[in-house]
Ligand binder design. Structure first.
Ligand SMILES: [Zn+2]
Length: 110
């Protein structure tokens, strides 16, 4: 143990704090509540070329994407806010389908 030299100990600690994480986790923001999380904590929704909005479970689907966190309150507000984020109207049918899918995914990840 090299705990005798406190100054050296502090310097070593500072160097470690400068690089806390080795992996870079892409941060995403929930379009409803603006909560920040990494990709695994948010669900990606994508607007397809035909105007439909689908849940992108792979995270690789092409199209304009928006992220939503797992809070139920956020999913209930998606009709207006998601429509704004994806620049397309979200129909009641679409919202219903997304809600169902979102609940499925949320349940499978808990
Ligand atoms: Zn949210």
């Amino acid at each position: 143990m090299k705990k005798g030299k406190s100054i050296n100990g502090m310097m070593v600690k500072q160097v470690k704090q400068a690089q806390p994480v080795r992996r870079k986790i892409p941060q995403r923001i929930c379009v409803i509540c603006r909560a920040v999380g990494d990709k695994g904590n948010l669900i990606r929704l994508v607007r397809r070329p035909d105007g439909d909005i689908v849940v992108d479970e792979t995270g690789r689907m092409s199209g304009r994407g928006a992220y939503i966190c797992y809070q139920t309150a956020c999913w209930q507000g998606i009709a207006t806010q998601l429509g704004r984020a994806l620049k397309t109207p979200v129909s009641a049918e679409m919202q219903e389908r997304l809600l169902t899918k979102g609940k499925e995914i949320a349940a499978s990840r808990q």
